[in-house]
Design a protein around this ligand. Structure first.
Ligand SMILES: Cc1cc2nc3c(=O)[nH]c(=O)nc-3n(C[C@H](O)[C@H](O)[C@H](O)COP(=O)(O)O)c2cc1C
Length: 320
């Protein structure tokens, strides 16, 4: 038996709310985090920003922040650490979105190593929970600042560094460069969490062997597939990877929906958000398109469940 890597669920905007985080924890994820939350929005008391802070008191989750000024990070972190006691605060240095980088935030910080160090240090000195940083390999192939930024994070006192194996100018295109992650990890004393393109337990194994990192992070590979964490752990235990039965998938989808209704306090809102998730769960299945279309007209949870039951019955019959 080999030791399983420590498994992180990646922060995904619009996805990793409290319900999804709970779901992946039940499926074997060791660490979870909120999506990126604006420090400016927190300081200004923006209600939309604050609604992203959906941690239950004591929930074992990190909170990810994005911003630019060290003072803003410290002010925002002071508010949330007091109130929510997150497991850690993560700093976003990977977001490639133009609106964010134009403001010198997210992946734009990959071009300012000195600021990175000041920022990490300010947080580490002023808050009582671990500070981690999520970076990319660099800004572009011409500006591979990842190794320097990672060094600055360590100097500033970060507890770990997550490296997404792409540059900013790749956004999410092309393949993640796992060798590049490994090169950064080998230079650092603090743990590096390897991230990018893990879609199966086999990928996880290869990621670990190429990067040498016993900590890995899964993002898109968990969409409609939250049990990927369980599969990875089974593989490392030397067990045959289990499969999820149709009934289990249906029950997870319902549980996901229930949680979403509770979180939003509205069946209608929950249904709107769950449409994407439902599509991910049944991606590539026969009849998926028709099911998605039927869901468009549905307004209550009871109707959703009726449609789900009908669809799963159909799939079961076809698989017999
Ligand atoms: C829809 C979407 C939303 C994302 N939101 C965030 C975010 O809020 N914070 C962050 O650090 N990264 C975010 N990312 C990047 C992921 O955390 C991750 O680094 C990236 O998807 C690569 O990992 P993967 O190949 O396992 O998905 C997002 C990615 C996607 C596709």
């Amino acid at each position: 038996m080999r030791e399983s890597p420590i498994l992180f669920m990646a922060p995904l905007a619009g996805v990793t709310n409290r319900v999804f985080r709970q779901l992946v924890i039940e499926q074997g994820a060791d660490y979870v985090c909120t999506e990126m939350i604006s420090v400016q929005g927190l300081i200004q008391g923006n209600p939309k920003t604050h609604s992203l802070l959906d941690l239950k008191t004591g929930e074992p989750s990190g909170i990810q922040l994005f911003g630019r000024e060290p003072e803003d990070f410290v002010r925002a972190a002071a508010i949330i650490v007091e109130q929510y006691r997150p497991l850690f605060i993560d700093i976003n240095m990977g977001c490639p979105v133009p609106k964010v980088v134009k403001g010198g935030m997210g992946a734009a910080l990959m071009r300012e190593p000195a600021r990175v160090e000041a920022l990490v240090r300010a947080l580490v000195e002023n808050i009582s929970v671990p500070v981690s940083v999520k970076i990319r390999l660099g800004w572009s192939p011409e500006e591979l600042t990842g190794p320097e930024v990672a060094r600055r994070c360590e100097e500033g006192g970060a507890s770990w560094i997550t490296v997404h194996g792409r540059t900013r100018d790749q956004f999410y295109r092309g393949q993640a460069d796992w060798e590049g992650i490994g090169a950064i990890a080998r230079e650092r004393k603090v743990p590096v969490v390897a991230n990018g393109d893990i879609f199966s337990a086999r990928d996880a194994e290869q990621m670990m062997s190429i990067t040498g990192c016993p900590r890995i992070m899964v993002g898109r590979g968990a969409l409609g597939n939250p049990w990927i964490f369980k599969r990875i752990k089974e593989r490392f235990r030397g067990e045959k990877e289990g499969s999820v039965s149709l009934r289990e998938i249906l029950s997870i989808m319902k549980k996901h929906m229930e949680g979403q209704v509770e979180l939003r306090g509205s069946e209608k809102k929950a249904i709107l958000e769950m449409r994407r998730h439902f599509s991910w769960y049944i991606k590539g299945w026969p009849g998926a398109r028709e099911f998605r279309q039927r869901l468009m007209g549905v307004k209550s949870k009871a109707e959703v469940y009726r449609e789900l039951e009908r669809f799963f019955q159909q799939v079961e019959e076809e698989r017999r």
